[in-house]
Design a protein around this ligand. Structure first.
Ligand SMILES: Cc1cc2nc3c(=O)[nH]c(=O)nc-3n(C[C@H](O)[C@H](O)[C@H](O)COP(=O)(O)OP(=O)(O)OC[C@H]3O[C@@H](n4cnc5c(N)ncnc54)[C@H](O)[C@@H]3O)c2cc1C
Length: 369
């Protein structure tokens, strides 16, 4: 940000505030967090206050090899440091965008982003005592929350339990340790699934389980829980809490989503489980994807993107909440209910386009895809 006139940053008249929409931002810093995780910090040429709710995300719009790609990333920084914001990206083996960012994004590069949005955030669920549970790169939203409470000298009582594959995979390790030494209302617990022979490790070993949780946060039943991590991790946490009789109204989670292929497989399995067959025919509708020549029977109210996956058709999906437009398809016929968040224009809607991630099927439908 060295090119900016720093006095502008002190002048409220010169400072704008960020709001949900499409923005052009510039990468101002690249930080290697671990061997396969990097933080990218973005700012704007003029002073802008990047306000958002800790836990929310942005969607990057990139052009890679001539193809427009959208991927969502949680804002890992805190709005307490408002002149920039950061995302922290883990390299996914074979993943297009995460690897591209690691190999190409450098300080000075400009990129379009959409957002900030997201219901998984600490401001919409205020609490005096929280339990932050994360696995792997799922640490990003809960780190943003912890940074916010820490930076604002909040009295929120935080217990932070982070699980990683090995000690060298712990993201923000030094910052977490630092935070835990500065204030009493931040208690850190690190869990490593594996350690190497001879490697010193003072944290927990294995996977988070109920006896471990009882040691980490004996009062967990009184805490608001925010959880993010791989799908298997979140499923295990949820099952553990349910088994312990936890009131799940106080449980909040964020999924980074399954891979497209897994989505299809999962949906096929879902269909196999005969849930669909158990429904009365009057509750079932037929969704046909004309280009792919595939169709499926789904219950009324099913999400169009899931219906596509059930039919074995993979419609690209990025944000999952109707802001990025990545999953746009054209409806040839049929009734639907779309609850989008600005990712599609009125003209596109008038032409019959919908965002499949936030469209519910209401009748037999034909989709041009
Ligand atoms: C709300 C939200 C917040 C998120 N926050 C973060 C975050 O903070 N940090 C972070 O690192 N990630 C985050 N993600 C995940 C991120 O959006 C991307 O999904 C992730 O970076 C992988 O994208 P990619 O382009 O690298 O991989 P993709 O190219 O999408 O591929 C993903 C995987 O699928 C496989 N695959 C893809 N297509 C095929 C195919 N046709 N056949 C076989 N295999 C295939 C790839 O090999 C790879 O393993 C978030 C996601 C959401 C929805």
């Amino acid at each position: 940000m060295s090119e900016f006139n720093t006095s502008d940053f002190m002048n409220p008249m010169m400072t704008q505030t960020w709001s949900n929409g499409r923005h052009l931002v510039r990468c101002v810093k690249v930080i290697a967090e671990t061997h396969d995780v990097t933080t990218f910090t973005f700012g704007m040429n003029q002073p802008v206050l990047f306000f958002f709710k800790p836990g929310q995300f942005v969607t990057l719009e990139l052009e890679i090899d001539g193809e427009r790609l959208m991927r969502s990333y949680t804002i890992s920084s805190s709005p307490s440091i408002p002149y920039s914001f950061s995302i922290t990206v883990k390299k996914v083996p074979g993943g297009t965008v995460s690897n591209w960012l690691h190999e190409n994004m450098k300080s000075g590069d400009q990129v379009a982003i959409h957002g900030p949005v997201g219901q998984f955030n600490s401001m919409d669920f205020p609490a005096d005592k929280v339990l932050l549970l994360s696995g792997g790169v799922g640490i990003t939203p809960v780190m943003s929350m912890a940074r916010w409470w820490f930076d604002t000298d909040s009295e929120v009582d935080m217990v932070f339990a982070h699980s990683a594959r090995t000690p060298k995979d712990i993201i923000y390790a030094r910052e977490l340790e630092y935070m835990s030494t500065r204030v009493e209302n931040f208690r850190l617990h690190l869990i490593s699934a594996h350690t190497e022979i001879g490697q010193a490790w003072g944290g927990y070993r294995g996977h988070l389980n109920l006896p471990m949780l009882n040691l980490i946060a004996p009062d967990f039943q009184q805490r608001e829980v925010f959880c993010c991590g791989p799908e298997a991790y979140m499923a295990a946490v949820k099952a553990m809490l349910q088994e312990a009789g936890f009131d799940m109204d106080h449980y909040h989670e964020e999924s980074f989503g399954a891979t497209p292929v897994k989505d299809v497989k999962r949906a096929e399995k879902h269909a196999d489980e005969a849930e669909v067959e158990a429904l009365e025919p009057k509750d079932l509708v037929e969704v046909c994807f004309t280009d792919a020549g595939k169709s499926t029977s789904v219950a009324i109210g099913v999400n169009l993107n899931e219906a596509a996956a059930e039919a074995g058709v993979n419609i690209a999906k990025a944000c999952g909440v109707g802001i990025c437009g990545a999953c746009r398809v054209r409806v040839i016929s049929g009734e639907y209910d779309m609850q989008q968040n600005g990712g599609i224009t009125d003209e596109e809607i008038a032409q019959g386009y919908v965002l499949s991630c936030c469209t519910q099927v209401q009748s037999n439908m034909e989709i041009d895809y």
